[in-house]
Design a protein around this ligand. Structure first.
Ligand code: SAH
Length: 349
């Protein structure tokens, strides 16, 4: 099968072109069509000579995801259910906020990490997304939002981004490339359930990516109940990896902490969290659980729990923000929409 051209970095395309007798600057022109103009048809790349267009058509293709469904929330968050070339479904979300437009991208079809409260794990793991499929989401959302200007990307959709490390990094480099989308590394956030070894690798990439860690509990005992991955990478390996990342990139680490009613909102939970992150350049993002699907057995926190937890952290000098769930009415949390259309079980991690 012909390869999707959006799997290739600019350097690879230049190399291929050179081998095929095409001047390398043509690769930059193709890139501009693909990523600056969002063109999905080689025949529309009008500054390319006919023979280059023919060569592109012979060796490459562009498989854009088909928009299966778009749901718009009352807060203008939009969820895109996208169908890939093999028929599988993935989700992307666009989240407008004053001067920003953030898009949340998926990195895998399903997920193998089975976090207890997350719908994505229930999808089971099907496969990694290709580079072109990660980028295809970005470009498809860009085409479908009012002025097309996406200011931020968060890899927080379905899947574990660091489990699909190579494709993720290639997609990031293409988004970052000045000939591509030209999105600053600081405008991209990678969210992870805590794959310590990959966090160490990421610290060596020379990219100032924002890193978000789904913590959700600050003791191994509780965290392992929520995130089975904590048994493999307990806090003793996660925290040093994060210190290394913060040091290497000079970025603040964000800890995501989903507040689950009666589970991780006690004074002991707050104390453990304060102690765990002391001395690290970090912020905590509290997220009331989004329970659009009751099958997972958790409930959103009551208001008092949220207020208590937040003020405890503040009093102890933690940089804390409270993120109100966006798009709750359209099942915008991770994997919820796909899960509504499927009904598979969590494959044990
Ligand atoms: N695998 C990555 C990215 C995908 S999940 C990770 O674990 O970070 C993105 C974020 O959404 C994570 O912080 C996850 O814990 C959170 N999340 C999943 N389901 C949620 C829900 N129902 N309500 C609130 N947050 C949820």
């Amino acid at each position: 099968m012909v390869e999707d051209i959006r799997n290739l970095t600019l350097q690879e395309l230049e190399k291929n072109f050179q081998a095929q007798g095409v001047a390398p600057y043509r690769a930059r022109q193709v890139y501009a069509w693909l990523y600056k103009k969002g063109i999905e048809d080689f025949s529309l790349m009008t500054n390319l000579p006919q023979d280059v267009k023919a060569l592109l058509g012979k060796y490459y293709a562009i498989f854009s995801p088909a928009v299966e469904k778009v749901l718009t929330s009352s807060d203008l968050t939009q969820k895109f259910l996208l169908r890939l070339k093999d028929g599988t479904l993935i989700e992307s979300v666009s989240i407008p906020a004053s001067s920003r437009l953030t898009v949340c991208l998926s990195t895998q079809v399903g997920c193998r990490y089975c976090c207890a409260f997350c719908a994505s794990g229930r999808l089971g793991f099907r496969r990694h997304l290709e580079v072109s499929e990660i980028l295809g989401q970005f470009l498809t959302v860009a085409k479908n939002v009012p002025d097309g200007r996406i200011s931020n990307v968060v890899f927080m959709g379905v899947g574990e981004p660091l489990d699909n490390y190579d494709h993720l990094l290639r997609a990031i480099r293409i988004l970052n490339d000045e000939n591509g989308v030209r999105l600053g590394a600081r405008k991209m956030t990678v969210s992870t359930c805590g794959l310590s070894n990959r966090i160490v690798s990421l610290s060596r990439e020379g990219l100032q990516l924002e890193l978000s860690v789904s913590l959700h509990a600050a003791t191994n005992e509780k965290r392992s109940q929520l995130l089975p991955v904590n048994k493999r990478f307990p806090l003793e390996t996660l925290m040093p990896a994060l210190r290394l990342y913060a040091q290497a990139t000079k970025r603040k680490i964000t800890f995501e902490y989903v507040l689950l009613r009666g589970f991780n909102t006690t004074v002991e939970d707050a104390q453990a969290l304060v102690a765990l992150i002391r001395g690290l350049n970090a912020r905590v993002n509290l997220i009331p659980y989004n329970s659009a699907d009751s099958r997972l057995g958790f409930e959103p926190p009551v208001k008092l729990e949220v207020l208590f937890f937040k003020s405890y952290l503040e009093k102890h000098g933690v940089d804390v923000t409270l993120r109100m769930p966006r798009g709750a009415d359209i099942a915008a949390a991770c994997g919820q929409l796909v899960w509504k259309t499927a009904d598979s079980r969590c494959t044990n991690y």
